[in-house]
Design a protein around this ligand. Structure first.
Ligand code: C5P
Length: 227
């Protein structure tokens, strides 16, 4: 069984709206509903666990209830940090889960193809991370000064989903110190010495973090549906 954990327990403080950004609408539906619907229609996903903030559990359940989902297994309360929310999701996956894919609730433009390729890579290699090329040059700064330039040919942006054999992810989470510094799952898996395959993802798979991101997502969504 393949299970998706969709984390949506963030406060959205960087967005500046009065509600978490996952409830704002993208093309007429809440962002979290759009994201979950892609996993619902994926032929490689059997079960979905959504992680929501304890203050918005009921609202999340209500939003998802409107979609008549057949693969949604649980909506559970998340933690203070993303990694704690992922841990809560991991504790709620159905027994028999072999592959687990972790996805940001605020990435509604992920494609079914990206989900499928990441899951297949995880099934074969144990761990896989969807990544995108860097188009900007990246600087290291110290205070007001630029102190270095990274070689962007070696850099990739980490997208989601990131997928793992269940035992690989469960084992690192059971032994890790979780907190702000753990900004994705692959980080912990890399640290444990397990190799993580890099799967090529699209620049379209953006994380909606600011109001500008929502404008871009609306345009990409519209263009995608016109193709
Ligand atoms: O904070 P960041 O942009 O990395 O958030 C990525 C995803 O993690 C979002 O979908 C957000 O809702 C989720 N998250 C969470 N629990 C937290 C913080 C973030 O589920 N405590």
């Amino acid at each position: 069984m393949n299970t998706a954990i969709i984390v949506a327990a963030g406060s959205g403080s960087r967005f500046g709206a009065d509600r978490p950004k996952q409830f704002l609408e993208l093309a007429g539906k809440p962002i979290i509903a759009r994201t979950v619907l892609i996993f619902e229609s994926s032929p490689v996903i059997d079960a979905i666990v959504v992680v929501a903030s304890v203050d918005f559990l009921e609202e999340t359940e209500a939003v998802l209830a409107k979609e008549r989902l057949t693969t949604l297994r649980a909506v559970v309360a998340g933690g203070e940090t993303r990694s704690e929310s992922v841990a809560a999701g991991l504790n709620a996956v159905p027994s028999g889960t072999e592959i687990v894919a972790v996805h940001d609730g605020v990435r509604p433009l992920v494609s079914e193809d990206e989900i499928e390729r990441t899951l297949r890579a995880a099934a074969e290699y144990g761990a896989a991370c969807l990544t995108a090329q860097m188009t900007d040059t990246v600087k290291v700064v110290d205070g007001a000064y630029v102190v270095g330039t990274l070689d962007r040919r070696e850099l990739r942006r980490a997208l989601t989903p990131q997928a793992f054999r269940y035992d690989v992810l469960k084992d690192v989470y059971d032994n890790a110190t979780l907190g702000e510094a753990v900004t994705d799952e692959c980080f912990l898996v890399e640290e444990s010495g397990t190799k993580v395959l890099s799967v090529s993802g699209s620049q379209r798979n953006i994380k909606i973090t600011t109001p500008d991101d929502l404008l871009i997502a609306e345009a990409l969504f519209r263009a995608g549906n016109e193709e």
